[in-house]
Ligand binder design. Structure first.
Ligand code: CDP
Ligand code: CDP
Length: 203
């Protein structure tokens, strides 16, 4: 069955982990829309103009994934993401992806509200800022990035504030989204809840 799953929420809440697992399990394509903004942010850090960088974005820009997953690039992503013109340049690609033949999972901040308001399944995944920062810190440390806990918590809090207060497609749960607070959950528990919700919606 073809359906679209929209997964939104703040930094390091577990959106990507849940999206990847759900996509594999239900045979859906997956798009991490944060990577698009990170790729634009990285280009801006390298001197590009934001709107031009968004317009020229190519598949190759998304491949050096690890270098896009630093707090510095995350901050740059969150800054360019507040620009409505940048968002407009990235809209069609995301909508086309969502309309794919076999169905899709997209994760980000505005999937259930702006990109796919018609999605059959919407989840808003969250957790306390401290829990999210600790997870992201361990993840970055594991990949050999030289970051401190403080730096990661600062990044998470600054992006939470900027992403939810901007005028253009702010981070907010869609009215019909199911809230999933994973602060006290393992990945398996969070996945069980996500899976149960999808099965219920698709019955
Ligand atoms: O995509 P998003 O930024 O929302 O988060 P993620 O990349 O899926 O998860 C961030 C980190 O938290 C990863 O290292 C996950 O393995 C970990 N995680 C966790 O420890 N417990 C959860 N319930 C969910 C994610
Ligand atoms: O992985 P994490 O949740 O830390 O961040 P991300 O999903 O890679 O997103 C990086 C930044 O891109 C966010 O802080 C947002 O400012 C922006 N973003 C957005 O505005 N809209 C989306 N659909 C996805 C990301």
């Amino acid at each position: 069955m073809k359906f679209t799953v929209a997964i939104d929420g703040p930094a390091a809440a577990g959106k990507g982990t849940i999206s990847k697992a759900i996509a594999a399990e239900f045979g859906l394509a997956h798009l991490d829309t944060g990577l698009l903004y990170r790729a634009v942010g990285a280009k801006v850090l390298a001197g590009a103009e934001p709107v031009a960088a968004a317009e020229a974005l190519a598949p190759d820009d998304l491949t050096p994934e690890d270098s896009l997953r630093t707090p510095e690039v995350a901050q740059a992503a969150s800054r360019v993401a507040a620009d409505p013109e940048v968002r407009a340049k990235l809209l069609e690609f995301q909508r086309n992806f969502a309309r794919r033949e076999g169905g899709a999972v997209l994760d980000g901040r505005d999937i259930g509200t702006v990109i796919c308001p018609e999605a059959e399944v919407k989840l808003f995944v969250t957790a306390s800022a401290e829990a999210r920062a600790e997870r992201r810190f361990l993840e970055l440390q594991g990949k050999g990035h030289a970051v401190t806990r403080e730096q990661v918590l600062d990044d998470v809090k600054a992006r939470d504030a900027r992403d939810s207060s901007r005028d253009a497609a702010p981070m907010v749960a869609a009215e019909d989204a199911v809230l999933l607070d994973t602060t006290e959950m393992t990945i398996e528990q969070a996945l069980d809840r996500a899976r149960a919700h999808i099965l219920l919606k698709m019955k």
